[in-house]
Design a protein around this ligand. Sequence first.
Ligand code: HEM
Length: 506
Amino acid sequence: MTWTIYLSLAVAAGILCHSLISSRILRRQRDLSHIPLVRFHHDDTQASYIARTREIMHQGYVEYNKKGMAFRIRNPVDEGSPQVIMAKRYLDEVKNASEEQLSFPLYSIQAFLLKYSGSVLPSAAATHVTRIDLNKNLGELVEPMREECLDTLRVVIPESKDWTLLKPWDTFVPLISRMTGRVLVGPTLCSNPEWIQLTIANTAGIMKSAMEIRASYSARWQWLAPWTYRGRNDLRKLRKRATELIEPLYRERLAGKQPADPEQKHRDAVQWLIEGHQTETEKGITSAEIADGLLFLYMAGIHSTSATVVSIMYDLLAHPEVIPELLEEIHQVQTESPQWSKQSLAKLRKLDSFMKESQRLHPAGFVTVQRSTVRPYTFQDGLQLPANTFLMFPTYEFTHDGETYPNPEQFDPWRFYRMRTEGDATKFHFATVSNDSTNFGAGFHACPGRFFVAHELKIILTELLLQYDFKFAEGTARPPDHYHDFTVIPNQQAQLLVRKRQERKQ
Ligand code: HEM
């Protein structure tokens, strides 16, 4: 008897939730009807949104954004979450909005269904150590990063002096994982193959779970996924294993074990997370919380940086005529200061310009500065967005706009070098964000890892340029990028030919 009462209550609650949620979705769609919709006229299917989003983004940018208006596009995998693409004039307002109004963590949770898949959530503590401690320690981290780079290059690139085939994606993901890991988990764990595998599997698992949940549950039933989704334990198991792998390091650090070299101190996110919690709260941080924070940082940093370095390599090989000039700059700087440091890396201005131009033309995605409205939000000009609306800025269009960047489709390696020399010397660096350069986001949430990335890329590229010769395996053309939804992925199948030089290049 009792169970029938429970069952009836559960069914009634389900129906209530169902009608509440679906009416909320319909209301949100109605509430956005004042914003023009841009869609595919002939084939408005999910397949078009996956492969050809760039086309309607461009159309909406020209028709609306350039006139200062926002437009919206469907979110075909989640009709309850339409996406509003904002004009540049709204950027300052979004940067200044509080976390209680427009939220980046909330956007990430909703866009990737993080609370439904058992995933790690955005970690304020891990973001804080990246923003503060990582950046404060960058100078001391240059040498350890270079050591890790040299060690890994010996493993991932054949030492042969004959031309050998190499798949850049498969080469650079482990390299980036180890170099980033060096500043996150220190010299031992960063090269542990199980740890590397696990951090890569975590990012892939988050994407896969979000896709599978959306494929199996309509927006109104996704809340059931934590109990019924068949992959609901996958990410949890992975997080548990990450905690086990962190545990010995965590215990050593809590016990105050010092580095082998008495001159050194621990400079990695594990240490900073522990120290941050020792001073701020009595309770301290658990190994599981540290593991989650680290997985979050790996998710934020590895694929984005790997994609960036692969794109830069493709651009270098597509423009081999610039290599002598880059080498000349490297030699000049090394003559003044033979060992890389934060200061000497900063002097590689042409390399910096090359990296930024490559990112301008081949970014990690079409949109950045994604936010979700925590509650209904009205912009100063009266534009209204209901709660839980996704808004974002068309970075790809900004950086391909001829009014900001003349000859936008042309790869101009020294574009930013000239802008720095002829204009403001403090602007236009690879890691600089501005309203015309939003590949690393904008405002408070602008990527806190971007200065680290600039150092990491320069360390890698100088070694590659000095130690190896490269060319495309077939033809000389740059392999085309692959587009998926808003993501830009450099070609993962292309092969390069590489050979180790007898002597470092002069
Ligand atoms: C080329 C590589 C990278 C790119 C293109 C990139 C891009 C971005 C973008 C677009 C955002 C969102 C900013 C916004 O919405 O305003 C972001 C946030 C973030 N990134 Fe990066 N990122 C990269 C590498 C890294 C690395 C290596 C780390 C860590 C070591 C990192 C850590 C973070 C964190 C913690 C956030 C969240 C910031 C917050 O919520 O305040 N990123 N990144």
